[in-house]
Design a protein around this ligand. Sequence first.
Ligand code: GCV
Length: 688
Amino acid sequence: MAGYTDAWLSYKMKALTNPVLWSRVTVVTAAGDKEQLPQTVVTATAELVRAGKELFGTELQTYYEAAALLPAEAEAGVDALKRLTGQAEGTVLLFLPELAKGYSEGYRIVSDDTVMYIIAGTGRGILYGAFDVIRMEITEGSAAGKEKKVLPDNPLRMMNHWDNMDGSIERGYSGRSFFFVDNEVVVNERTRAYARLCASVGINAAVINNVNVKNAATELITPRYEKELRRMSEVFAEYGVTLYLSLNFAAPMELAGLSCSDPLNEEVRAWWKETMRYIFTAVPNLGGFLVKADSEGRPGPHTYGRTQAEGANMLAEAAAPYGGTIIWRCFVYNCTQDWRDKKTDRARAGYDHFKPLDGQFADNVVLQIKNGPMDFQIREPVSPLLGGLEHTNQILEVQAAQEYTGQQRHFCYLVPMWKEVLDFKTYCAPENDTVADIVSGRTYAQHTCGMAAVTNTGDDENWTGHDFAGLNWYGFGRLAFQTSLTAKEIAEEWIRMTVTKEPAAVKALTDMALCSREVYEKYTSPLGIGWMVNPGHHYGPNVDGYEYDRWGTYHRADCHGLGVDRTSKGTGYTMQYREENYKRYEDAAECPEELLLFFHYVRYDAVLKSGKTLIQHIYDTHFEGAAQAEQFLGTFAGLKDYIPEEIYQRSAERFKMQAEHAKEWRDIVNSYFYRKSGIPDAHGREIY
Ligand code: GCV
């Protein structure tokens, strides 16, 4: 199935409507010197040449010319630019390093029918502009006559892989790792194809190994893997993707036999300083490290009575001389809880651990915060740490890997969920107080911040198992770059680039995408309560799967009702929010209904805003959700003629699986609550 490894960059031939525009690529710099160009500018020219060939069958020549422009002149119109650059035909890459400050990694595009300028102050900006031009050609028919300036909203736009060195992927649903095979680091054409896909949507960083760093992965910071990592970082760098690694906090013990990894121990500190000196010298393009400490059995500073800040700062101090960043995860909670204990609340843990440390982290530390306080459920409130921390760099972590959202067997487009999170008003400041404002750095003038996605990729031909899961990878990049894009715009783009341009099919698939999250939510766990999955692998319904376990994820259903009382009278979690949100969540009548059971214990016979009782809501949504999953299958089958054969075959199989599995969810959840409550369905449908 050659071609599908290019995913949304699998170009299909089209008519050349602007032959002059696509006649040549000229790189214009002050010196006109090819040797001085960043690698990413060279890549941008190669991408335009490739697009010319694959879209139109034309051979673009590349030229390098000199022209000195003042930064303000970069804002000129087409005619003035023609005069200033002396270039009036083809695509002109105007690389002006003086613009870097104002443009960061952004770009400006100005074009008419014969010339198109891509103007930027960084190589990444030029590359993203080139991919935008290609995207416009494909999705809008032409890049001619456009004028736009796009500056990325988030400085860091990062992939987090949970790949293990033996080639397995934790929560991977699309084959095995393409970074690691049998404890070796692999660098090949797929590495380049991956970096290219990332760059095409503005992703600028990737952590290649699992945050649970064990065995051989601990050795990634030793000479054993130096050569391959350097090579990988170079391939990544061609596409402006910075390599990061996850590291093991206990490495001083495991690699050097030290007696502890106490962050205040002098020997430990000296070991890290030397290790950082070594690894940043050996792999010069390395951006830094991601750390999961004191979480789910991983080592960390708590073992030594030290704080998370002391742990992170020790690594940060060692990495600082090399410009290294330490990304420290906030997923710290008690995973050996007693289910009988109704006071301890896992949802509280992130805030309880990190809020008191606000302001204590070094400048090159950034805290990475999962979107919700639990763990990537289909519906959770936004973590109160986002809006709670005021003096700490922050990254929002979302999960493209569909661990709890259908494991890439069910279609679940996640951009609508991520947008809800970004748009959430935290009330942390008089203005610029949404999550998007905070993680972009607008609220607190931070630079080391942004968004990370746990990836959904593997070595499957189509990268993501379900072809339509590719939309979540694509969508993450596009959204992280430009948080104002709508979920609809992003879905339409991806569908046109990857699947079909037939308007009726684009519409049908976009409609499916936009309701897919709600559909999944309807037939799985209701009103924000989450979980109800099989322990361990997290696929499929098991209402009590985690109910009497140690993980702190309970629904508390009994014969009268269900839900967790997280109000001030319950676990007190609501009090972690700012006043306005606290009040909304505290009062069951004000609480957004989709989160009702997350915040409140509710009786089955309580009447919801819809006028239905809670139990009837559960029954109805489960019947509706399963019926909609069945409709997905029918709608998709009806689009067969517009969809490339391989994509159709692979996806149709998954839609079939989803429809069947949705019924299983429906019947198990409905029967469970019927048996608990003894209340029959008002419509007399079959419940077992
Ligand atoms: C990488 C959840 C997942 C784990 C994952 C963890 C994390 O608990 O089930 O597989 O570990 O989150 O985010 O660290």
